[in-house]
Design a protein around this ligand. Structure first.
Ligand SMILES: [Zn+2]
Length: 162
């Protein structure tokens, strides 16, 4: 079981676990989580670690979901840029907190940032960079390249209809 796991600072999709937040009715530990859209929510350990819950609810709940492209574009244009100037809030482990940008550590100890984008279930590698700023720029360029213009602003990913 993962009930005793300390999730503090861990990132689950859009959510970062802040601290324990009591217990759910079924006895599972709940975590107060900061969603990257700015809202806070409480989620059980199980739902976080299983990938069942990856946002405060602003993303349609679907464990196999691809984030609607329009949503990602907005985040890069708005929230992500804002966050660049507010590093205090960020908890870093293997993820940067920015959609599509992951941190990678080389054997020589240097840190690089890998940009990628998922569009309609297809993963596109956008490159590896020395700075997060470059990776974010690549990510933004990737959105320009891979996300069809008419998709932007859509909150629902039409390609995920089942
Ligand atoms: Zn949210």
């Amino acid at each position: 079981m993962t009930e005793k796991a300390d999730l503090t600072g861990k990132v689950f999709g859009h959510l970062t676990a802040i601290r324990k937040w009591g217990k759910a009715a079924d006895g599972h530990t709940k975590w107060l989580c900061q969603c990257d859209c700015g809202k806070q929510t409480s989620v059980t350990t199980q739902h976080l670690t299983s990938g069942h819950t990856t946002s405060c609810g602003h993303v349609k709940r679907d464990r196999n979901h691809t984030i609607a492209p329009g949503y990602e574009a907005k985040r890069v244009d708005g929230v992500a840029v804002f966050l660049l100037s507010d590093k205090r809030k960020k908890r870093i482990d293997n993820t940067t907190g920015y959609t599509g940008v992951k941190k990678t550590h080389y054997k020589n100890g240097s840190t690089h940032y890998v940009a990628s984008i998922n569009v309609a279930g297809v993963h596109h590698h956008l490159g590896t960079f020395n700075t997060i700023k470059e990776a974010l720029e690549a990510r933004k360029a990737g959105e320009e390249k891979y996300i069809p213009k008419n998709k932007r602003g859509d909150k629902h990913d039409a390609s995920k209809r089942s």
